[in-house]
Design a protein around this ligand. Structure first.
Ligand SMILES: [Zn+2]
Ligand SMILES: [Zn+2]
Length: 340
């Protein structure tokens, strides 16, 4: 079977590998689509390392081919599944308290992690989440980014009728917009690129704002009776994004840091301001099994349409070009199609 292996930064090659066999508690899945996330881009460029060689890919969907003998599961061959490819041990403190996105062993050497850039993959049956047959594979593959947005909206307890500010209108910002609109909220979106704001509006955003601190403040205050938004989510990793978002969250509101910052920086918030305003600042990262389940239900039940976020589909032999394309500001998700 074909597999894409990253041997070193910028060295991604197609290799022939032996088709794995599922053991007890495992399933063999024929991968049909795997999207390219920023994690894969960082691994490719070498700005993030797990271990080498590694088969990247953690936004994958496919079809169950075989369930290992003796497995206790209701998974059946032929079923469409989205795969949760970040390892979770199930035994560490975080796994046991329901925060398996912080599993102590998730990127340990010798654990099978990622691996979606492959024709076939063996996973634990618990890593398979069923998706309705009506959802195309390239959309089912987006269950993973969707689950991360489910995680962040659940973390800041969005309520009916609230106002949400989404900073950044890239893929993750726009998934937040789509989800938040199904939750009965008004959504402000801020981004420096006009075409991205247009896309946000096409997907349901109520107030597009050009990234300009003055305009952002004026627009938000104008539409919220001078209070500010109930909650804000930062999906763009810049200091200004944080600084400006913090200024337009209402007293007692919530601010989520969703984006991974490529450089360390201290949060520029005055302690007295936090004290007096009672704003909660929360970090959000990854997703739990429950978030993943919710995401696959949302897609299966047709509650949101993620197809406008698939920019292009490439074959595995064009993976390097696909990763480069995925890093362009005008791209949303670029998907590798392993079905042929
Ligand atoms: Zn991802
Ligand atoms: Zn764990």
């Amino acid at each position: 079977m074909k597999q894409l292996k990253l041997f070193a930064p910028n060295d991604l090659r197609i290799v022939e590998a032996e088709k794995p066999e599922p053991g007890k508690g495992e399933a063999l899945v024929r991968v049909k689509a795997c999207a390219i996330c920023t994690l894969e881009q960082r691994l490719f460029r070498g700005s993030m390392r797990i271990y080498y060689p590694i088969v990247p890919g953690h936004e994958a969907a496919g079809e169950v081919v075989e369930v290992g003998p003796g497995s206790i599961t209701d998974l059946k061959p032929g079923e469409k599944v989205a795969l949760d490819l970040i390892y979770r041990c199930g035994e560490c403190y975080w796994c046991r308290v329901g925060q398996s996105n912080h599993c102590a062993f998730r990127f340990s050497k010798d654990v099978q992690t990622l691996g979606g850039f492959s024709e076939y993959i063996v996973v634990k049956t618990k890593q398979c989440f069923k998706v309705s047959g009506s959802v195309p594979f390239e959309i089912a593959a987006l269950s993973e980014p969707l689950s991360c947005c489910v995680h962040s909206l659940r973390a800041i307890n969005i309520e009916l009728g609230e106002d949400l500010l989404v900073v950044g209108a890239g893929t993750m910002g726009l998934i937040h917009v789509l989800l938040a609109k199904t939750m009965g909220t008004r959504v402000f979106v801020v981004d420096p690129i006009k075409s991205r704001l247009d896309k946000a509006v096409a997907l349901g955003a109520d107030f597009p704002i050009t990234f300009n601190p003055e305009e952002m403040k004026n627009e938000v205050l104008k539409h919220t009776d001078g209070r500010g938004v109930d909650a804000a989510i930062i999906t763009a990793p810049t200091e200004e994004a944080f600084r400006n978002a913090a200024k337009v969250v209402r007293k007692g509101g919530r601010l989520a840091v969703y984006s991974a910052y490529s450089e360390e920086f201290d949060i520029p918030v005055n302690a007295n301001y936090l004290h007096r305003s009672e704003i909660s600042v929360v970090g959000v990262e990854g997703r739990s099994e429950k978030d993943f389940l919710i995401a696959t239900k949302i897609l299966s039940n047709g509650l949101i349409d993620l197809s406008p976020l698939v920019s292009s589909v490439f074959g595995p032999e064009q993976a390097t070009a696909a990763i480069e394309k995925a890093g362009k500001p005008e791209s949303y998700r670029v998907v590798l199609d392993f079905s042929k």
